[in-house]
Write a protein that binds this ligand. Structure first.
Ligand SMILES: C[S@@+](CC[C@H](N)C(=O)[O-])C[C@H]1O[C@@H](n2cnc3c(N)ncnc32)[C@H](O)[C@@H]1O
Length: 319
């Protein structure tokens, strides 16, 4: 390459890096913008959710809502769980931290739990799924909604809600009488979700920092659970499925999408290598049906569209 070409190349790379950095910094400023949620609003939201919730180490009683809407109190231990203020985490942004303890995260969990990667995922999810020949986001929503049937007044758990893309969609559908609970283990992702929830002015969404392996809900209280892009990240999917089954009522629907392995999948070797190397489980969809069957789910359907990397499932709890 000539000196002139090197110069052009260097200028182009620097410009792209500068633009990327400026976009990233702008997103940080937007994210840090404080959205003051009136105490009355927080209290009402927590009061609606409290009967469904169980705090760590208080499995048999609903939590008490603090009168100023700043959090929940465990009836058995007296411990306070703050809602978006007070403990320095999620301050003013509406996140209820119910993680029993700091988790020992896997490589892929850690990778998504930084402000930069959460921003990147939020910004480029469509590009990533497009590269995997998956439907675009609007197409995914239509597909999932066929089974989830989220409508006015429903309560929906959006498990592994990440940056809140599906959470916002379901919240628009369930309307003011409904409730969407977005639960994720990553604070960085939840901060993005809180930003989107605030941006859309939704007051029917509760964002919880929690773990799919130990869901902070009472038995049999949920009728609609969606988990988009979560199953492949859970270190112990069977335990997470047990928890989903425990908190779901008879007749409840479970919709999920995940990196997946089909039957006679010619990409199985690379998928299994990715699992060993990065804890990225390509969930064998036929086996998933068996596991769900053993947990009382029926009418299991699965689909592995396009290039066969990312699958969609739906099933109903029969007992
Ligand atoms: C690929 S993102 C999916 C985000 C969003 N639902 C979507 O479809 O774009 C996977 C999410 O699963 C979350 N996750 C991983 N392990 C989890 C766990 N044990 N409990 C709850 N969330 C978890 C990650 O933090 C991440 O936000």
């Amino acid at each position: 390459m000539t000196k002139k070409k090197w110069l052009w190349c260097g200028t182009a790379v620097s410009a792209a890096a500068g633009l990327g950095y400026a976009t990233w910094q702008r997103s940080r400023i937007v994210l840090k913008t404080r959205h003051d949620v009136p105490a009355e609003h927080s209290r009402r939201l927590l009061e609606r959710a409290a009967p469904l919730l169980r705090l760590p180490a208080s499995s048999d009683q609903a939590p008490q809502v603090l009168p100023d809407g700043s959090g929940l109190r465990s009836p058995s231990t007296g411990r306070i769980y703050t809602y978006g203020r007070g403990d320095g985490r999620g301050d003013g942004r509406g996140i209820l931290d119910l993680l029993p303890a700091e988790p020992d995260q896997t490589f892929t969990q850690k990778a998504l739990d930084t402000p930069l990667t959460a921003w990147f995922y939020d910004r480029f999810r469509e590009t990533i799924t497009g590269a995997l020949n998956s439907p675009d986001f609007a197409g995914e929503v239509v597909h999932i909604q066929q089974d989830l049937q989220g409508g006015p007044g429903d309560t929906i758990l959006d498990l592994a809600c990440g940056q809140g893309n599906f959470t916002v969609e379901w919240a628009k559908r369930v309307g003011p009488a409904g409730l969407v609970i977005g639960l994720d283990i990553s604070l960085a992702m939840l901060e993005r979700a809180a930003y989107h929830v605030n941006r859309w002015g939704l007051d029917n969404v509760l964002l919880i920092r929690g773990d799919a392996h130990q869901l902070p809900f009472a038995d049999g209280v949920l009728h609609k659970v969606n988990c988009s892009g979560g199953f492949h990240q859970f270190p112990n999917l069977l335990q997470a499925l047990r928890e989903i089954a425990r908190v779901s009522a008879p007749g409840a629907v479970l919709t999920a999408s995940t990196f997946a392995e089909g039957v006679d999948d010619n990409r199985a070797p690379i998928k299994r290598w990715l699992k060993r190397r990065f804890d990225l489980h390509f969930v064998p969809l036929a086996d998933l049906g068996d596991q769900l069957g053993a947990l009382g789910y029926g009418s299991y359907e699965w689909l592995l569209p396009g290039g066969g990397w990312f699958g969609y499932t739906a099933s109903h709890k029969t007992v």
